[in-house]
Design a protein around this ligand. Structure first.
Ligand code: PHE
Length: 342
């Protein structure tokens, strides 16, 4: 029996020399040390031995078990170390390679368009003032000649807050009231850019959030001629010096008279195409002479002062200028769209 154990030891250790992977090592362990392994079978056979031989054999068998277990541990160590070294060699990182470049940021197309608008009006002496996006019903409507329940409210689908009389401004025109009350009785020449909100079904032509740029000039002798001059100059700088413009009579409760300005279609040059819906003209803004009651609401005496105001959408202007056919692209944050204007 002792002989059998010695042979087993020799065979096991010899075989272990050729083991080179964890899988093979596991197989080896099962063969010699497992529940059905050679050593276990020998130990089970001990019952048949004469009692006086059992202690010596038992001791030798336990010794062998310990030897094989230690050999197993050592081999496992070696295999793991080799594995790690191999991995380190194979997956070596070249730390001298240059990093992946992070591109510089760029302005959003709406911001770029806004800045172009500021620059043009700055030449004509207009300064930029920002007014709040959360407004009172009073500023957004009532002081602009739109009383509660007046049918003119249908022109602006409104997002109300849970606070009675507080809403998200539907246009930048309430800024007219704020600025007049801030500057009165000084003359005014400002543009008021910012976000506006409307309770709209979102479509290719309508967003629930968009920018507007309001303009307001108030002074002793501000005329409709000034309005036409300023806006014509703007249109030609924005869309090309050869632009024709026309003013169409329109209606806004806070201007009288009111006019919308069109430019001749920049695509077909007025001949008629899909973009201008075969009219030859593109509408770009609403405007008018500030209504006497609105001047009064701002603190200005309409017998002494007159003014003009206008409002335009920079997204709409960018759409016309760059041939963008869906306003939803602006705030969908798809880089494939935005990067075209980098
Ligand atoms: N506030 C108007 C709108 O949103 C535009 C406008 C502004 C018209 C100023 C006239 C004067 O439709």
């Amino acid at each position: 029996m002792l002989e059998q154990l010695r042979e087993l030891e020799e065979k096991a250790l010899h075989e272990l020399e050729d083991v080179n992977s964890m899988e093979a090592l596991d197989k080896w362990r099962i063969t010699y040390l497992g529940r059905k392994g050679s050593l276990t079978i020998i130990l089970r056979g001990m019952g048949q031995l004469p009692p006086e031989e059992r202690p010596a054999i038992g001791q030798a068998a336990n010794q062998l078990k310990a030897t094989l277990e230690r050999a197993y541990e050592e081999k496992a160590e070696t295999i793991k170390r080799e594995e790690t070294l191999r991995q380190l060699a194979e997956e070596r990182i070249d730390v001298t390679l240059p990093g992946r470049p992070v591109g510089p940021g760029f302005l959003h197309i709406s911001t770029r368009t806004l800045r172009e608008i500021y620059a043009i009006f700055a030449q004509m002496g207009f300064q930029v003032v920002e007014t709040p996006e959360v407004e009172t019903d009073v500023n957004n409507f009532q002081l602009l000649n739109i009383p509660p329940y007046h049918p003119a409210r249908d022109m602006w689908s409104t997002l109300h807050t849970t606070r009675e009389g507080v809403l998200l401004r539907t246009h930048t025109s309430p800024g007219q009231i704020r600025v007049m009350r801030m500057y009165c009785p000084e003359p005014i020449r400002v543009i008021l850019p910012g976000k506006c909100y409307r309770y709209e079904q979102v479509t290719a032509r309508h967003e629930f959030m968009f920018y507007q740029v309001e303009g307001l000039a108030v002074g002793y002798k501000v005329t409709m001629g000034d309005l036409k001059g300023v806006l014509t100059n703007f249109a030609r700088q924005m869309f090309g010096a050869e632009r024709k413009v026309r003013f169409r009579a329109s209606y806004f409760p806070f201007t009288e008279p009111s006019a919308e300005m069109d430019i001749d279609c920049i695509l077909c040059k007025g001949k008629g195409c899909r973009v201008c819906k075969y009219t030859g003209w593109l509408e770009i803004l609403g405007s008018g002479m500030v209504h006497p009651q609105v001047l009064r609401n701002g603190g200005y005496d309409p017998d002494m002062y007159t003014g003009f105001a206008f409002g335009m959408g920079p997204e709409r202007i960018a759409m016309l200028k760059y041939g963008i056919d869906d306003i939803r692209y602006f705030f969908a944050n798809d880089l494939r769209f935005l990067q075209q204007f980098a």
